[in-house]
Design a binder for this molecule. Structure first.
Ligand code: HMG
Ligand code: MG
Length: 298
């Protein structure tokens, strides 16, 4: 495991901010997205076109998406829960979307007001439209290592939902430990079970750090062959429908670890640390990452 490329999908502006209690101005969100792209991140998930009643913090999705000065070669996917969200995203010019399902029935109902089967049906017309429009679609599976409502989630359900999203045409499936419940061996086993049905190159690891396991889980998954990692600058975040969920693994912690392992992400670590400190300051809090607080070590 060295001399290889790892692609980081930066989810801070979406997953990181969606649960933020105080309203963050659109200008700050736009600046955050632009700074992240300037750090060399190849993909910055920008916002969500979900119901503003469900996620008020991202009610400004149009303003934010339209306001971004897009950098050549960088992708800016947005979350879309249904056809209404797809229309809104396309009207602003989004060229890549992400749909999101769950491996837990209970979480699916709380998060998108539909069971798993119904949610997959709801995504079908979105996928068809996206295919017709040439829009790339990423798929998420939440609660892959545990659910806040249901507890344990059978691996077979994770495999089933991931395979269904892939069969529907998602080019990549991001496996989300929404509440940071997993530990490394379990994470690796889950990933390997999914990789038996969906090619490893089409899988991404999405770990929340609620119980301090995210970097360890990620390392276990890197050893098993995953090469796409979701992360959030400054460790921002949490899911509004997952009580107690804390931020994603911090992007700067991931980049530091990857560099130490000889894995290249193309990200400028110093600029990223700067950005983590900047956004934490704007949100009036301490940087939520170890590397962000300590700085890099050269
Ligand atoms: P619903 O209430 O069942 O929807 O919500 P509905 O179709 O009955 O519509 C109700 C109202 O919402 C209507 O307005 C619609 O027009 C409106 P009204 O007539 O009452 O004025 N509406 C919309 N408005 C704007 N944009 C839309 C939209 N859709 C309907 N797209 C719905 C169903 C799916 C919309 C809702 O449950 C929802 O938006 N959920 C999103 C929740 C969410 O964003 N969760 C966080 C993201 S997932 C996550 O964080 C996990 C992840 O990070 C991976 C991991 O960590 O595991 C991805
Ligand atoms: Mg998440």
């Amino acid at each position: 495991m060295s001399d290889e490329r790892v692609r980081i999908v930066e989810v801070g502006p979406r997953d990181g901010l969606q649960n933020e209690p105080g309203r963050v101005p659109a200008t700050i969100k736009i600046e955050l997205i632009e700074r992240l792209a300037d750090c060399g991140l190849p993909c910055v998930e920008a916002t969500s076109f979900v119901s503003p009643k469900w996620v008020p913090q991202l009610a400004d999705a149009e303003e934010v998406f339209r306001g971004i000065r897009q950098r050549e070669g960088v992708r800016y996917p947005v979350l879309v829960p249904n056809e209404a969200g797809y229309r809104r995203a396309r009207e602003c010019g989004a060229e890549e979307i992400a749909i999101f399902a769950a491996a837990s029935e209970a979480f699916s109902r709380k998060n998108i007001n539909a069971g798993i089967a119904e949610s997959l049906e709801r995504f079908r017309p979105v996928m068809e439209q996206a295919r017709a429009d040439g829009v790339a679609v990423r798929g998420y599976v939440s609660t892959v290592l545990g659910c806040p409502y249901q507890g344990e989630v059978p691996v077979a359900e994770v495999v089933r939902v991931a395979a269904a999203l892939h069969a529907m045409g998602c080019y990549e499936i991001s496996l989300g430990d929404t509440i940071g419940a997993g530990t490394p061996r379990q994470a690796r086993q889950m990933l390997e079970a999914v990789a038996a049905e969906v090619p490893m190159q089409a899988l991404a690891a999405h770990f929340h750090d609620t119980r301090g396991q995210a970097l360890a889980n990620l390392y276990a998954c890197l050893e098993a062959g995953v090469r796409v990692v979701d992360a959030s600058v400054g460790g921002l975040g949490g899911c509004p429908y997952a009580p107690g969920a804390s931020g994603n693994v911090a992007t700067e912690d991931v980049v530091y670890m990857l560099e130490g392992c000889g894995l290249d992400s193309g990200v400028d670590l110093s600029a990223l640390i700067e950005t983590a400190r900047w956004i934490s300051g704007r949100l009036d809090r301490e940087v939520g990452s170890r590397v962000g607080r300590a700085g890099s070590f050269d």
